[in-house]
Design a protein around this ligand. Structure first.
Ligand code: PLP
Length: 441
């Protein structure tokens, strides 16, 4: 009997014992094609020698030294590497062990920035419905997945939520992208006014909405409009690229494709590619300087901040991305998209195929024309996950796409090193899994 407290205590998990490229093997010798990188983590697959060797070298030299005493070489080099690719005014990198920690750091830094600036009345954060920013209390509060938040509501800070940018369901018939973006901007502005323009700290959004909405890229111009509104009210724009950043959408930063620069951006998953747990928050120079010229200390900190072996691994991941792996994401993404459209484009139960780079999702519907979701009681997403496992495929289906209760989607985020024949294998196995799950619905 296991003594591990598993993610789902009622579920029996196979034991993963080995990884080779895009494949994971369990103890029974079954092979799974990893079509979701776990949860958009394993961008280099599961056996990248350069990353493993960089971590091993660092472990032999120095695994860890507490950052209240020392800085370390891989942390400095990784911060330099990230800032070299990030547009100004992003200037400083604060390392964490994962995405939720990065989001907590972002929220606290944003609050402290205004305290340092003499605007302590700013205490409100605005997020978006159907967003996910992590499971720690601050990140959960800002996140907009109501099913995940509900039972913890009494413990959460007071964040409010506006609509996500979700064209498949919310863009009106005949409404242009510009008009839709404008309508969402007006809603954000109304919310800021309702709370009081000088009361708001930040607007928080995933640049490309990931786990809970299913890979939804924003319409063109939406984030530019959001940036203008934030600037007008002196509000910080925090973009969460924990899932969609680090090349996943075809560019190092997903926001590069939106022509905006956030004041704070968070990253994690693809940063360490699963070889070590690591996340980070990048802050704009004026925010950093408000701290250094003010109290001089960011009232925060984690034991594993800037962990040397984790930073060494992430630095090696950065090098691999620059050596050509990142350049392959867009073309391979196009291949994945066309294969998905070929197999599912006319499927009666696939309402939407959307994504960017190697970050794609199918939204499943009972009735394609009316966009009616399946009965949540069927737990179609969970069935697809099980059928996919049977077919030797790891994908990331999720329920509650529409409102935390209704809707099902399947998220795909394969390793960037996937090959064309493996894309075909992926889509073929996905088709098998979806068809098997749909039987008896
Ligand atoms: C957009 C986003 N933000 C934050 C998180 C939380 O990251 P972690 O699970 O590493 O704490 C996730 C995890 O899925 C995420 O997708």
């Amino acid at each position: 009997m296991s003594h591990a407290f598993h993610r789902n205590p009622l579920h029996d998990y196979p034991v993963a014992v080995a990884g080779d490229g895009v494949y994971v093997y369990d103890r029974e010798g079954r092979r799974y094609l990893d079509a979701s990188g776990g949860a958009a983590v394993s961008c280099l697959g599961h056996s990248d020698r350069a990353v493993i060797e960089a971590i091993t070298r660092q472990l032999e030299a120095l695994p860890y030294a507490h950052t209240s005493f020392f800085t370390n070489e891989p942390m400095e080099a990784l911060a330099d590497a990230l800032i070299a690719t990030a547009p100004k005014p992003l200037d400083r990198v604060y390392f964490t062990s994962g995405g939720s920690e990065a989001m907590e750091a972002a929220l606290k830094l944003a609050r402290q920035y205004f305290v340092e600036k003499g605007e302590p009345q700013r205490a409100q954060v605005i997020g978006r419905r159907q967003s996910y920013h992590g499971n720690t209390l601050g990140a959960l509060a800002v996140g907009g997945n109501f099913a995940r938040r509900r039972q913890f509501a009494p413990l959460l800070i007071g964040a409010t939520h506006v609509s996500p940018c979700y064209p498949y369901r919310d863009q009106r018939e005949g409404e242009s992208d510009a008009a839709y973006g404008e309508r969402l901007g007006a809603e954000l502005e109304r919310e800021i006014e309702r709370l009081g323009g000088d009361k708001v700290i930040a607007f928080v959004a995933e640049t490309v909405a990931g786990a809970t909405l299913g890979c939804v890229p924003p319409v063109r111009g939406y984030f530019k409009r959001v940036r203008e509104i934030c600037d007008r009210y002196g509000i910080l724009l925090i973009l969460d690229e924990v899932m969609c950043g680090m090349g996943r959408c075809g560019t190092m930063w997903a926001f590069e494709q939106e022509d905006v620069v956030p004041d704070i951006v968070t990253i994690a998953k693809g940063l360490g590619a699963g070889y070590q747990p690591i996340g980070a928050m990048l802050a704009a120079r004026p925010i950093y300087e408000a701290i250094t010229r003010g109290s001089g200390f960011f009232q925060h900190g984690y034991t594993y901040l800037g962990h040397a072996a984790a930073c060494a691994g992430a630095l090696a991941v950065q090098q691999r991305l620059r050596e050509g792996v990142l350049a392959g994401v867009a073309p391979m993404g196009e291949r994945l998209e066309s294969e998905l459209r070929r197999r599912f484009g006319e499927h009666p139960h696939v309402g939407d195929i959307r994504g960017r780079g190697l970050f794609w999702a199918l939204e499943l519907v009972a009735d394609r024309k009316a966009k009616t979701p399946f009965d949540p009681g069927l737990r179609l997403h969970a069935r697809i996950k099980q059928e996919a496992l049977k077919a030797g495929l790891l994908c990331y289906p999720m329920g509650g796409t529409i409102d935390g209760e209704r809707g099902d989607h399947v998220l795909l985020a394969p390793p960037f090193v996937i090959e064309p024949s493996q894309i075909e294998e992926l889509v073929h196995k996905l088709e098998t899994a979806v068809e098997s799950a749909l039987i008896n619905t």
